[in-house]
Design a binder for this molecule. Structure first.
Ligand code: PXL
Length: 280
């Protein structure tokens, strides 16, 4: 069985970060170890959330793992709290990675042209150091613009997406993947760039005209899991994008649609079913 380590916060309520990554990766048949960076009452789009920083626990926990000889096939990082924490996480990656470890970084820090409430531009720049050590990063356009310094555009062309991907590759990531990319009217998905082969690749599915919080974490968890399971890049994008779209469609059926996250739990069986594409 493949084993992944995911490093991100626990938002106790709100369907994001670890409460999404752990169930999804486990459902995909991947042993999932977690390194919680902070415990929050909710994610930061709720008013008045509490937050207990766990930065001082990261080193003792991972030192213990080292003593136990624990290793990982992949390390997947998500929302991190502070700039110091980014440095600690880079150290953990360096400590645990070997030539076969997949390092997947979701530089979760913003959406719709803005950073999340807990972050500033300095933090955003620091996240580029983490992206530099990653095999794969999957920012949305907002995050990519903060990482690269290229201007954020709501309406854009394929050339803009390609320029952004090349700028991300210039930071040092082997395979940047830009999420929430709409290449044609009525479609949405992701586009990536393989810096070694100098090839662009993409996957688009039908755009559902609705936006929910937490879908970025769902997409990243399933994308990271698909790569760990050996999916090629286009199949991995398809599995992650189709499942994310399904979670949105499912949520729209719910008369009490939660604003804070999607009903991903109801369609986990379909995710498991879609893993058969990896072999096909
Ligand atoms: O979904 C990303 C995320 C993760 N963790 C926390 C957040 C957010 C987005 O707002 O606030 C704490």
């Amino acid at each position: 069985m493949k084993r992944i380590l995911t490093i991100q916060d626990i938002s106790c309520f709100g369907k994001c970060s670890l409460t999404v990554a752990l169930p999804l990766l486990s459902s995909m048949g991947i042993e999932t170890a977690i390194l919680p960076t902070a415990v929050l009452s909710t994610h930061t789009l709720f008013q008045g959330f509490t937050c207990k920083d766990l930065s001082d626990q990261l080193k003792p926990i991972t030192d213990h793992w080292k003593q136990e000889g624990i290793t990982f096939d992949a390390i997947y990082t998500g929302y991190l709290g502070t700039e110091e924490e980014i440095d600690t996480v880079i150290g953990i990656i360096e400590d645990f990675r070997d030539e076969n470890t997949l390092v997947f970084v979701d530089p979760a820090m913003g959406d719709n042209g803005k950073l999340y409430p807990a972050f500033n531009e300095h933090y955003a720049k620091k996240n580029a150091d983490l992206c530099a050590v990653a095999d794969i990063v999957d920012p949305n356009i907002t995050e990519a613009s903060f990482l690269t310094g290229l201007p954020y555009q709501e309406a854009y062309t394929e050339d803009y997406v390609k320029e952004m991907l090349l700028a991300l590759a210039a930071i040092g990531t082997k395979t940047p993947i830009l999420t929430g990319v709409s290449l044609w009217e009525g479609k949405t998905g992701a586009m990536g760039y393989d810096a070694e082969k100098k090839e662009f690749f993409h996957y688009q599915n039908d755009r559902i005209p609705a936006a929910f919080h937490g879908t970025g974490d769902i997409f990243s968890s399933v994308l990271a899991g698909s790569f760990v399971l050996g999916a090629g890049r286009t199949k991995a994008l398809k599995i992650a994008a189709d499942y994310t779209a399904l979670t949105i469609a499912e949520t729209l059926k719910n008369p009490e649609k939660p604003w804070y996250g999607v009903d991903f739990e109801a369609v986990i069986p379909e995710l498991i079913e879609s893993l058969k594409w990896i072999e096909q």
